[in-house]
Design a protein around this ligand. Structure first.
Ligand code: PMP
Length: 366
């Protein structure tokens, strides 16, 4: 029997997010032991979680019969101290994806415009569709955000503009002057949702936290995550940084216990594991250099990346993805991002990067 339920009409337009394929699933499909498979598909930290975070999380297990602290007091205190802000400037999400969803609940609806870039992170258009808002996708420039054109695309109906810097899936970084101009010139009635999921990989990031601190741009919301450099993607925790009244509005749409106790403890410990962060950053910059050079040696075009992954133009991205997968290397095909000729490779450990390049070389017949 088919259901005849009257689903909300907006659901007709909502695409389903296609995540990187899990190791176990690929292992079952291609008949390789999971231990022989490497995943360079979801911009995860190849060094794993911080050992200090793992220890802190273990310590929470005995108390899992208790609800978590719905306000995440200790984590917010620590984050606020690190950022030079007040806890009231912060909201925690079940991954930064949930922060994007909060923005949808608070600001999107039929009649609202949402401005994004071509090749933007897939969750922004999905949220616009889910809430019945109208998406304005501005053509990219050299695969990156064309911020002046995005600024010019703002209409009187625009409620939110999303900018990921560095961007996923392309890895591009917008110039500081373009970002500054965007913040200065975006009307105060439009939320600037700056997605800083990869900001910790930058050597000299533009300091937008100071703009939240001085309160001059109450329409600026920064979004960050523990999934990338902190190596805690499986934990699902991210955060938003903004004006206290904006945070208070977003808090109204947050479920009371969206951040579980394990996640609160893990994130708190990870924040202070400076050594793990240093190692991750060093592994990433060496790995990016290696991948870029090796891909060029294979005759492949790449896009200069400021994040923990790199795009390679391989021709038929889906075919190369499939063949790499059969050889136990999971990367990300980008057909769903209108980049069918490209694959995205996350920086792995030196051994993983080497294996990826070797397998890619055989797949390409080199
Ligand atoms: N923003 C960007 C730009 C991302 O690449 C990702 C992860 N792919 C996210 C947000 C969401 O990450 P999470 O929900 O794991 O924090």
């Amino acid at each position: 029997m088919k259901p005849t339920l009257p689903f909300n009409a907006t659901l007709n337009n909502v695409a389903v997010y296609q995540p990187g394929r899990p190791i176990e699933e690929v292992a079952r499909e291609v008949g390789l032991p999971p231990g022989d498979i490497i995943k360079l598909a979801s911009n995860e930290n190849p060094l794993g979680p911080s050992p200090a975070a793992v220890a802190a999380m273990r310590n929470t297990l005995e108390n899992l019969h208790l609800y978590p602290d719905g306000n995440a007091f200790y984590l917010k205190q620590r984050l606020a101290a690190k950022l030079g802000l007040e806890p009231g400037n912060l909201i925690l999400g079940n991954g930064s994806n949930e922060i994007i969803e909060f923005v949808g609940h608070a600001l999107m609806g039929p009649g609202a415009d949402v401005v994004v870039s071509q090749y933007c992170f897939a969750v922004y258009p999905m949220m616009a569709q889910l809430f019945g808002a109208n998406l304005i996708a501005v053509p990219a420039k050299n695969y990156g955000h064309d911020l002046p054109a995005m600024l010019a695309a703002i209409t009187p109906q625009t409620r939110v503009i999303f900018v990921a810097n560095p961007n996923n899936p392309t890895g591009t970084l917008a110039s500081s002057s373009d970002v500054t101009r965007l913040i200065l010139e975006t009307p105060s009635s439009v939320m600037i949702a700056m997605d800083e999921a990869y900001v910790e990989f930058l050597d000299e990031p533009l300091d937008l936290v100071s703009l939240v601190r001085d309160g001059r741009f109450p329409n600026l919301l920064l979004m960050r995550t523990f999934s990338k450099i902190f190596g805690l993607a499986g934990l699902r925790i991210g955060y938003g940084i903004g004006h206290p009244e904006v945070i208070a509005a977003l808090e109204k749409v947050r479920q009371p216990f969206n951040i579980n106790s394990i996640a609160q403890a893990g994130a708190l410990a990870a924040l202070d594991d400076v050594e793990h962060l240093r190692r991750t950053r060093a592994n990433n910059s060496a790995g990016l250099r290696f991948l870029e050079q090796s891909l060029h040696e294979l005759g492949l075009e790449t896009i200069p990346s400021a994040a923990n992954f790199i795009l390679a133009r391989v021709g038929d991205g889906k075919r190369v993805f499939d063949q790499l997968q059969r050889r136990g290397v999971i990367v990300r095909p980008l057909g769903g991002y209108q980049l069918p000729e490209w694959i995205r490779i996350t920086v792995g450990t030196p051994e993983e990067n080497h294996r990826c390049v070797t397998e890619l070389k055989s797949v390409l017949g080199g």
